[in-house]
Write a protein that binds this ligand. Structure first.
Ligand code: ZN
Length: 390
């Protein structure tokens, strides 16, 4: 069967109403992280798993933070599609109640409508349509609902990796847009720039060394900081953000200490060591002009390594071919953000991210998802899965 025929079969078996009912029940159940409380979705998830004939395994580090793995079929290869059940807090500025979903102008509104409950509902509806269509396949589908994505995945995908969950491929419908799939993500390193000076009376600053002023000479250039490093050309250049600054004791004391916390996002091909080396060089140059500069690089406090899938990977091929066969325009790009695709990829599971987003509604008030996009994604993802395991 051609991919286009398979996609048509899946599309004709897709039940939109059922998908939206499932999405509504997901949004109505508050799973704001922290604390998450994803266990509140237990009955809803188990019911939907049964409807697709999945054998369910629950893997939890904490019983209130379950991860559901629904297994359909057996053997190789195996493809997982993983969405998270937790949502970010609603925040201010909602027109209507964030946990009372509603439909308007072809969109579903509510916290989690896009991130990530919309994707959970779409992937479920897609898998269900694939099974209903009677298409034969020989590998395994893992339909997964995981916990704790918004706060670092310690109870979610990190724990699944620890427990040995290792599908051959993974689709993470939690990043990218309707016409852009994400094949790699930058690394991130958070650390302090520790600036040291000499305390003196505020009335005689010339007798001290002001650590705040010294470090400001360094960070003043960060908006256009030149890392002067080569990297994988599928990525955008590295960036450096000054996120926090603290220093000094009182207005009338020359500040002898100042800490600047930065978030460096760097492409594949660059390492943490290269980032730190480059910053050290710039600091050395500053010292040559001003011997009182004493800035040291602190230990890395938060670390994510960069990852990217090989262009020739079957998963990328399947995504590319399917999208083009069914007439969905699709770019393949890398991202500066971080999803569980990174955790999976760094643990040897090639993962691609894609989502039904077209209006950047992640984490905003009045979050919404377009129904039309959910339907498109449901068909695309299910067809990609079918192509990999047929
Ligand atoms: Zn998300």
């Amino acid at each position: 069967m051609s991919i286009l025929d398979a996609a048509d079969k899946i599309k004709s078996n897709l039940d939109k109403e059922e998908m939206l009912n499932f999405l509504f029940s997901l949004i109505e159940t508050e799973t704001v992280n922290p604390p998450g409380n994803e266990y509140l979705l237990h009955d809803i998830i188990i019911k939907c798993m049964k409807e697709i004939g999945a054998e369910v395994e629950i893997i939890s580090k904490d019983e209130k933070r379950p991860n559901y793995i629904g297994k359909i079929g057996t053997g190789k290869p195996s493809v997982a599609i993983l969405s998270h059940m937790d949502v970010v807090p609603p925040g201010e500025g909602w027109t209507k109640h964030p946990f009372q979903p509603y439909e308007e102008d072809g969109k579903i509104y509510g916290r989690g409508a896009l991130d990530n409950k919309g994707s959970l509902a779409a992937s479920w509806a897609g898998v269900k349509a694939l099974i209903k269509s009677g298409l034969k396949f020989k590998g395994t589908i893992y339909f997964c609902a995981v916990s704790d994505e918004e706060m670092g995945s310690d109870y979610g995908v990190e724990y699944l990796m620890e427990k040995g969950f290792k599908p051959d491929y993974a689709i993470v419908p939690d990043s990218g847009t309707i016409d852009e799939a994400i094949i790699g993500e930058k690394g991130a390193a958070w650390f302090d720039l520790e600036s040291y000076g000499k305390q003196a009376h505020g009335s005689t600053p010339e007798l001290g060394i002001n650590s705040i002023i010294k470090v400001s000479k360094l960070i003043a250039d960060f908006e256009k900081f030149d890392f002067n490093l080569k990297y994988d050309n599928r990525f955008t250049p590295p960036t450096i953000n000054v996120g926090m600054i603290s220093g000094g004791n009182a207005p009338n004391i020359v500040a002898s200490r100042c800490n600047v916390t930065v978030d460096v996002r760097y492409p594949y091909g660059i390492t943490e060591e290269m980032v730190k080396k480059r910053l050290s060089e710039v600091i050395e140059n500053l010292k040559k002009k001003d011997k009182d500069v004493d800035i040291r690089l602190g230990e890395i406090k938060t670390r994510h390594l960069p990852h990217v899938i090989d262009n020739e990977n079957d998963l990328v091929e399947a995504f590319k071919n399917t999208a083009s066969e069914i007439g969905m325009p699709m770019r393949f790009a890398t991202s500066s953000g971080i999803t569980v695709a990174k955790i999976l990829s760094l643990n040897g599971v090639p993962a691609i991210a894609h989502s039904p987003d077209s209006d950047h509604t992640w984490h905003i008030s009045d979050e919404y998802v377009r129904i039309e996009n959910l339907e498109k994604c449901a068909v695309l993802w299910a067809t990609v899965i079918y192509k990999l395991i047929k």
